[in-house]
Design a protein. Structure first.
Length: 306
């Protein structure tokens, strides 16, 4: 039996104007984006639709992305289009939690606003990230372990693309070692900190205190967590995983492979950009991949899946 997964991108895919046609034309989308504004005290239409510097700053990027992802999700659900399983990359995991029914929309917005602030504040000086192209995970793991200082894998995105994270000097040393070991290309990333590294453990612990005050429900459909690439089916699993997710590796390739092994043959990327679809082409070309970042794509997906 074929299955459909809704997948949600993370930080980096944002752009000015994302979600504008949904906000203007679909009432439930406007309702969700306005709710994000009410919960956080932010002017969401201004953040999303007007040129500004905040959109690319972590504490604002995260809530901006989530509001659009949840808005589109709710529009799909209103049309009777639903997923059998769900997952999201990094920040996108919160949209997956909404999709799975473990978090209410207002609670997810509050959490992600706090998460963005905590991660921004926790960013230590001297952090860095770099994308490593054209070499295997085993070699990267081995070199990170041998490198002096804090450096580890942040993202297992897809075959041939892995991101490392940690102290600037350690990331540079690991990058040089990887070049010598045959890595095809290494690209330093323009990010504001060493995300998904041990350097952000304190931010995760602080997020845990926020999570303690929020009701977490049993998933109505399973979601696949970044931390273990396994299905989450119990309410009590959610909090510790979201805490750990801030400082642990994002096992995105493994998440996708777990869903395919479970029978998922259709993936719908919901939200700005086509990052996850690009990864999918390198993970498995035999599955169907669709995107929704504008109204036209939304109608195409609804017609295919309804």
């Amino acid at each position: 039996m074929s299955k459909t997964a809704f997948i949600f991108p993370g930080q980096g895919a944002q752009y000015t104007g994302m979600g504008k046609d949904f906000y203007e034309e679909i009432p439930v989308c406007r309702e969700m984006i306005d709710l994000a504004g009410e919960v956080t005290g932010l002017n969401m239409p201004a953040l999303l639709f007007e040129e500004n510097e905040e959109l690319n700053i972590t504490e604002y990027t995260q809530i901006a992305m989530l509001s659009v992802e949840v808005a589109i999700l709710k529009a799909l659900e209103a049309q009777g289009v639903k997923a059998d399983v769900t997952a999201g990359l990094s920040l996108g995991e919160y949209a997956a939690c909404v999709c799975a029914g473990t978090l209410l929309e207002k609670d997810a917005f509050l959490l992600v606003r706090k998460r963005g602030i905590l991660m921004q504040e926790a960013v230590p000086s001297g952090g860095a990230m770099a994308a490593v192209m054209g070499t295997g995970a085993d070699l990267i793991e081995e070199i990170c372990e041998k490198t002096e200082g804090i450096v580890s894998i942040a993202n297992y995105n897809c075959p041939g693309q892995i991101v490392i994270t940690g102290e600037k000097e350690a990331v540079e040393r690991a990058s040089e070692a990887l070049k010598e070991a045959g890595a095809r290309r290494i690209v330093p990333l323009k990010v504001s900190g060493p995300f998904h590294s041990a350097m952000l453990e304190q931010a995760g612990e602080a997020l845990g205190e926020v999570l303690d005050a929020i009701e977490v429900k049993k998933p109505e459909i399973p979601y696949v967590t970044n931390v273990t690439a396994q299905y989450v089916t119990k309410a009590e699993e959610v909090r510790p995983l979201l805490v750990k997710q801030v400082s642990s590796s994002v096992k995105w390739q493994q998440c996708v492979e777990a869903m395919i092994e479970d029978g998922v043959d259709t993936f719908v990327e919901i939200g700005p950009g086509k990052t996850l679809s690009g990864f999918m082409r390198k993970i498995n070309r035999n599955v169907t991949v669709m995107n929704i970042q504008n109204k036209e794509e939304f109608e195409t997906v609804v017609n295919c899946l309804k």
